[in-house]
Design a protein around this ligand. Sequence first.
Ligand code: X90
Length: 278
Amino acid sequence: MRKIKIVADSSSDVLGLENIAFASTSLKIITKDREFIDDENLDVQEMIDYLDKYKGKIQSSCPNIEDWLGAFADADDIICVTITSAMSGSFNAANAAKKIYEEENPDRRVFILDTLSTGPEMRLALDKLNEYVKQGLSFEEMCSKIQEYKKHTGLTFMLKSLKNFANNGRVSHILAKIVGVFGICIVGKASTQGTLEPVAKVQGENKSLKEIVNILIKNGLNKGKVYISHCRNENGANKLVDMIKNTFELVKVKVFECRGLCSFYAENGGLLVGYEKF
Ligand code: X90
C-alpha cells in the first residue's frame, strides 16, 4: 500500500485532519526580540497581545525547502496545499522541495495546489481532500478533482486594519491609511490572481457584514459550505452566521479561530470567509 499524506502550510489554520496522515509547515512572525512559530504550540492570544504593544518592525516568513521536505517525510503520494503564491514564497519553496523529493525518491510523487487564497478557503480544500482519501480515490483522481473543486470555492473578508499588510509591502500605504480611521472597514476578496482585492470601504462592522453577504450572493453561494475564521471577533462571526443562515437556508456554516499567520494579517476584529460556489 502506498502511503498518502496531505500537507499544508500553517496559513490554513488546520492542525490535523480526521483519520488520515497530515502535516503542517509553519509560517513565522518575527520581531527583533521574538520569533513566533505558527504551529500547534503557539499561544495565539499571547502573540497578539505582544504584537499589539510592540513598536518596532514585524515581519512574516514562509516555510523553507527543508520545512517542506520534513513534512513530506516518509509518504509516497503527497498532496500539498499552499497559501497564494502571489503574496508568499510558500508555494515556490514547496515546489523546490517537490523537485528534490522526487529526484531522491523516483517512485514517490508530490502534487502542489496553489490555492491563490488562504485561511478558510484552504480549510475547505483540505476537508475535501480528507473526503477523497476516505473514499479511496487514486492519487491522479484526487489531483484532478481538487483542482476542479478549487474553481468552485472563494474567499471574502472584512478587515479593520491593514497596518501589518502595508508594513510588509503587501498593500499600499494609501489604502492602509483609510482603513481603521473613524471605523472604516475594508471588505474584499481573493482575486483570481491570488491578491487582496478591495471591494468596498464601509463604515462600521454591520455594514461590512452586509457587504460580505452581498459578495456571497453575487459569487454563487447557494447550498454549499461556509467556513468563517475570526481574529478576536467571535461576536462579529456569530452575527455573520445568523445573516448567512437567514439569507441561504441550506448553507452549512462553521466558525473557527485564526491561528498565528492569519491573526497577524487579519488583525483584531478581522473575519475571513471561505465558501463553496454552489
Ligand atoms: O510569506 C509570508 O511571509 C506570508 C505572507 C502572507 C500574506 C497574506 C496573508 C493573508 C492572511 C488576511 C486576509 C485575506 C487576504 C487574502 C488575499 C488572498 C489573511
